[in-house]
Design a protein around this ligand. Structure first.
Ligand code: FAD
Length: 397
């Protein structure tokens, strides 16, 4: 039997790691622990809100990992990790031993950061920042809203999962309103002064939605401090400014997933410091942390980043098991956003390990041009679907 690696979390980070470990070294014993039988990707979830896609279009399952890639998929939750004994204990009662452990647990929310918002409240006032049931709740509330209503989206400060995500969401909700509830309004209350692809988003909003979308930066009342769930009202400026919503979507500030916090792998930023060459935890030599949960230098917290980090950590583990040094791999990220069904924009970058951290390669990547034809924007929208199909096939297929 070959070395034994346990991977925690079947999102893009963990699923890619498990698949590529087996691909790089078929003798390796790879176990993936994930509680959900069906994973809903956050990518594409805004398209569901916009009415462009159904919930089934963002479902991924683990059959191919099991049947085609010989990964031992265990449907359970890791309750505790004992780093000294190199064991994980599952909520179902079993214990798994490991030689190396990879964590890709994603994010959890800092529910105490905003007065009045909690996990219990999120069932009524969704964050929809983990896809699945939360996406469904928000979609159904938008569908039930009367024409002329106000959708308020509270966006977090940096760093957070998917920097362009809130603005794609505002775009998709505006698209849905334009089709079905044209007197309605979208207000983004932002806990920052600028955002990803801002110029491109704002030009697209003006062109497609006129003044339907209003963006309020933190200095002008966007920094929400308190939520009153009963009246769907949010307060900023020490209570002086308030906004009432018909549909309220609160995306709270975030931190590394709970299991990483509880194992002592996060620092006081709430995220996990790693050696950015191998993704080995700075806190434990047998544990690796990737995806949204880790601090990955210049790389944003995205599904594409998690996927590319999954390949890098698989290579690092296989090489270390063979007493080989890790090579500085290039990693990559692309984030497509739909401003409308035929209006796509992108940001892309290539990264390389240098001077102790992951940095962008000068001259690589870039964003969509600010001036472009309809045909160009339409083509980028088609590429967004192509990106979705290829990243999910690479991860779960
Ligand atoms: P996750 O995807 O969160 O996966 C973590 C998994 O770990 C979960 O399945 C969870 O069940 C499991 N888990 C957690 N704790 C345990 C435990 N104790 N035991 C076992 N399992 C556990 N990214 C892009 O690249 N492109 C996009 O267009 C894009 N759009 C987005 C739009 C929105 C609205 C949002 C919210 C995000 C978007 N993202 C996008 C970001 C992307 O979804 C995340 O960055 C990505 O999911 C991170 O992957 P991960 O593996 O780190 O974590």
């Amino acid at each position: 039997r070959g070395p034994n690696v346990v991977v925690v979390g079947g999102g893009p980070g963990g699923a890619t790691t498990a698949k590529y470990l087996k691909r790089f070294d078929p003798n390796m014993q790879v176990t993936l622990v994930e509680p959900k039988a069906t994973y809903h990707t956050c990518f594409g979830s805004n398209w569901v809100l916009g009415g462009l896609a159904g919930m089934d279009s963002i479902e991924q399952t683990y059959g191919a990992l099991k049947d085609q890639h010989d990964v031992n998929v265990v449907k359970d939750t890791v309750a505790t990790i004992d780093p000294d004994a190199r064991q994980v204990r599952l909520a179902g009662g079993d214990t798994l031993s490991y030689d190396k452990l990879v964590l890709s647990p994603g994010i959890d929310f800092r529910f105490n950061a905003m007065e009045g918002y909690s996990e219990a409240v999120s069932r009524d006032i969704p964050h929809a920042w983990k896809a699945g049931e939360q996406t469904r709740i928000l979609r159904d509330q938008l569908r039930a809203m009367d024409d002329g209503g106000v959708f308020v989206l509270v966006a977090p400060g940096n760093p957070f999962r998917c920097p362009p995500g809130p603005y794609e969401r505002a775009s998709m909700v505006a698209h849905y309103f334009k089709q079905h509830k044209p007197r309605s309004k979208v207000i983004i209350l932002d806990n920052k002064e600028s955002f990803s692809k801002q110029g491109l988003f704002m030009a697209g909003w003006e062109q497609l939605y006129g003044d339907m979308i209003e963006w309020v930066p933190s200095s002008q009342g966007g920094q929400v401090e308190q939520v009153d769930p009963a009246t769907r009202t949010v307060y900023s400026d020490g209570g002086l400014t308030r906004f009432r919503a018909d549909v309220l979507n609160v995306v709270p500030p975030q931190q590394a997933g709970a299991i990483a916090q509880e194992t002592g792998l996060a620092n006081d930023t709430g995220w996990c410091p790693v050696d950015q060459l191998s993704f080995q935890s700075e806190r434990n030599k047998d544990i690796f942390v990737i995806g949204d949960a880790c601090i990955a230098g210049a790389m944003p917290k995205s599904g594409h980043s998690a996927n590319t980090q999954g390949k890098a950590v698989a290579a690092a583990i296989v090489r270390s098991m063979n007493d080989q040094e890790m090579l500085p791999l290039s990693t990559v990220n692309t984030c497509y956003s739909l401003v409308g069904p035929d209006y796509g924009i992108t940001v892309a970058a290539v990264y390389r390990f240098q001077d102790g951290g992951i940095a962008g390669v000068p001259g690589s990547g870039g964003v969509s041009p600010s001036e472009a034809s309809h045909a160009f924007r339409r083509q980028e929208a088609r590429y967004a679907q192509g990106w979705y199909d290829s990243i999910t096939a690479d991860t779960w297929g």
